[in-house]
Write a protein that binds this ligand. Structure first.
Ligand SMILES: [Fe+2]
Length: 379
C-alpha cells in the first residue's frame, strides 16, 4: 500500500475504490460500492434504516474526484449529482475489516456446583423500576447464564412483565406459557412427580428458545430439589479431558424429536454448541427427546461412548448445583447453556407449582445493547 507523506494529500483513485490516509499515517482502501451505499444521506433519520437503493444505480459507482477537507473525506461521484462526506474518524472504524464491536459479546464465566450462594439475585420490583439494574441483570445472564429474581408478584402477569424486560414472550409448540405441576395424563415427564434428568428445553425445535423463566408459585412438597449445571463449565472441561469426544459432540448433528397425537417436531442439533469464536456457548441435550438415531451405525460406535462420557461428566457433583426453589422466586437461565432437572418429589406431600415461559437470546442481547450503548441513531 502506498504511504503518502502529506496526510492532507488527495486520496488516490483506483478502478473500484480509493485509498485515503488515516490517522495512523497509512493509506487505507475503501470500495466505491461500500462508500456510496453507506453515504450518511443513505439513511432515513426517522426510520433509521437505509433508504438509498444501490440496485437502481445506472452504472457501478465511481468517484469523479475526492479530497480530504476538515478531517472528512469528500467524494464527488461520477454519473450522479451527489457528494458524500465521511468523517475520517468514522472511516477508521471500518479500515481494517474487523468485526464491529458488540457490547453483548461478553466472555462467559463458568460456574460449578458450589455456586448457589454466589448466584446473582435481583429483586423483581427493583428491576422494573431501574434500567441500570436491568443492564446488570442481563449482563449476569450473558456472563453466567443463570440468575434468580426475588419478590415476584404471585400472579400470571408477574411472569409476563418479568419476561418482557428482556424481550417478547416467545411461544413454543406448547404455547406461550407452561405450568409445571403433576398432570393426570402427562404428555411430558416434567408433568409427573418423577425425577427429571438434566436437559435443555424443547431441543426438537429448529431454534430452541434461548432464555427460560421458571416462576415458583408454590413449593411445599417433600423432595423436588432443583438441579442446575453450567454446560459451558462441563463442556470446557470435557474439551480438555476428551478432545476426540468433544469434536464428535460439537460437530455431529443428531436428531431430536417431540411427538404426540397432534405434533411431530423434529430437529438436528449438535450436543455441544460453539460460538463465532469457537468457544463453547451451550448445549442441546435431552435423553427424553433424543430421537432414535438414523446416523451411520459405525459413526455411532464412536459417538455414543462420547455422549455417555459427557453425560456422566454432566452429573458429577463438581458441576451440580442443588437447591430448593422458594415461592416468590423466578429462575432465569440460558436454555442453551444451563442444563436443568429436578429430584423426584412426593406429589401428595404439598403443592408444587411452577409457571414458565421463554424469550430469545438474540432479543436479550438486543435489549442489553440498547441499555448500555449510545447507539448510532439516537437523537
Ligand atoms: Fe425443562
Amino acid at each position: 500500500m502506498n504511504i503518502m507523506d502529506d496526510t492532507l494529500s488527495r486520496p488516490t483513485l483506483k478502478s473500484q475504490g480509493l485509498e485515503v490516509v488515516l490517522s495512523d499515517g497509512a493509506a487505507h482502501y475503501f470500495n466505491y460500492y461500500w462508500l456510496r451505499d453507506n453515504c450518511p444521506t443513505s439513511f432515513n433519520t426517522d426510520t433509521r434504516e437505509r433508504s438509498f437503493d444501490i440496485f437502481h444505480l445506472a452504472a457501478a459507482p465511481r468517484a469523479e474526484s475526492a479530497e480530504v477537507d476538515s478531517n472528512a473525506l469528500v467524494i464527488k461521484w461520477a454519473d450522479e449529482d451527489h457528494v458524500t462526506r465521511f468523517p475520517l474518524a468514522w472511516l477508521e472504524t471500518f479500515a481494517k475489516g474487523t468485526p464491529r464491536h458488540d457490547p453483548a459479546d461478553l466472555p462467559r464465566s463458568a460456574w460449578y456446583g458450589d455456586h448457589y450462594p454466589q448466584v446473582p439475585r435481583f429483586s423483581q420490583p427493583a428491576l422494573l423500576a431501574n434500567p441500570a439494574l436491568r443492564a446488570k441483570w442481563i449482563e449476569a445472564m450473558l456472563v453466567q447464564g443463570f440468575t434468580i429474581l426475588t419478590d415476584m408478584p404471585d400472579s400470571n402477569e408477574g411472569l409476563t412483565e418479568t419476561a418482557e424486560m428482556i424481550g417478547q414472550v416467545r411461544p413454543t409448540f406448547f404455547g406461550d406459557y407452561f405450568d409445571v405441576k403433576t398432570h393426570i395424563k402427562p404428555t411430558n415427564t416434567a408433568y409427573t412427580s418423577a425425577a427429571l434428568e438434566l436437559h435443555t428445553d424443547t431441543p426438537a425445535e429448529e431454534h430452541a428458545p434461548g432464555v427460560q423463566f421458571l416462576h415458583c408459585r408454590a413449593n411445599s412438597v417433600q423432595g423436588g430439589e432443583s438441579l442446575y449445571a453450567d454446560g459451558v463449565a462441563v463442556a470446557n472441561d470435557f474439551r480438555q479431558r476428551d478432545p476426540e469426544g468433544f469434536k464428535l459432540l460439537s460437530e455431529t448433528p443428531v436428531p431430536f424429536y417431540c411427538e404426540h397425537d397432534t405434533y411431530d417436531m423434529r430437529s438436528r442439533q449438535t450436543v455441544i454448541e460453539l460460538d463465532q469464536h469457537g468457544e463453547v456457548s451451550g448445549l442441546t441435550i435431552s435423553q427424553h427427546m433424543l430421537d432414535i438415531s438414523d446416523l451411520d451405525q459405525a459413526l455411532l460406535d464412536r459417538w455414543y461412548p462420547a455422549f455417555c462420557r459427557f453425560g456422566k461428566m454432566l452429573q458429577e457433583d463438581k458441576y451440580m448445583m442443588t437447591f430448593l426453589m422458594k415461592a416468590g422466586e423466578c429462575m432465569v437461565f440460558d436454555n442453551h447453556r444451563i442444563v436443568h432437572g429436578r429430584a423426584a418429589y412426593s406429589a401428595t406431600s404439598g403443592d408444587r407449582y411452577l409457571r414458565g415461559c421463554y424469550t430469545d437470546r438474540a432479543e436479550m442481547r438486543s435489549t442489553y445493547r440498547a441499555l448500555v450503548s449510545e447507539g448510532r441513531f439516537k437523537a
